[in-house]
Design a binder for this molecule. Sequence first.
Ligand SMILES: [Zn+2]
Ligand SMILES: [Zn+2]
Length: 313
Amino acid sequence: MDYEVIAFYILKPIEEPRREIKRWKKFLETLDGKGRIYINKKGINAQMSLFKENLTPFSDWLLKDYPNTEVKVQRYQEHAFAKLTVKYREQLAAMDKDYDLSQGGTHLSSAEWAKMIEERDEDTVILDVRNDYEWEVGHFEGTEKPTFETFREFPKYVEEMSKERDPKKTKVMMYCTGGIRCELYSCLFKEQGFEEVYQLDGGVIKYGQEQGNKHWKGNLFVFDDRLVVPIADEENEVISSCKHCGTKIDTYYNCANMDCNDLFLSCLDCAEKMKGCCTDACIEAPRRRPFTPTAHPKPFRKLPHEEKICAPS
Ligand SMILES: [Zn+2]
Ligand SMILES: [Zn+2]
């Protein structure tokens, strides 16, 4: 386990984003950093991996210009990304609407979050603000599978909820992988008149490191080569199942039909039988990649639905 997988975000004005991109690229290349870093005038969203010896030089460099940045770190046996991408991106976490960060939800520590789950009543809603395929392999108990087709529909979803529930009485708790989505989406709830809006500080990554699997079922989907990881040191029960045979499994494959490329859950046996495809139709498709049997598949090029929320290259 010689590598560190690192996630953080910075939400404050970046004076000259283009220049900052060049500076980051240059520095990260000297450290053999790999990953995806998006920068714009409003901030930085970063997921990357580094050889463990390079973590301290990187943190020192980062904190010099951006003090108080909370960096989440997990160990891994190799780089979790295939290459380094540092680029300008209009949205740090896909949301078309403008947001006013001072209007965001109240941050809850992992301990406060766990306590609030235990004390929830019928006026409490726990919202998973991730994609359905992320929820599928792991989520907090008592949360519903997200129903948005894309996250651009989120503003409409909030508006509808404000009609169905009393915004003055409802306690909205929301969580995502690393925290940045909630920073932005919680503003929408406040805008629609919801008074009690809470967000899990540091997301599921930090929660798992501090609280383990308490109130959490399954594992965590991540946007890098690892795909699905436990949230704590101890293994957790697998809650999702193979698309083809129903065996409990949380291994995702990209469909070998290049014109499909859909993410689907499969056991290794079925993946082999199906030649890495999600349906019979895909097996017959003209542009099919050869399938190499492996129980730890890496995402093929980019993750197909990633742009729904998080950031394609
Ligand atoms: Zn199967
Ligand atoms: Zn397919």
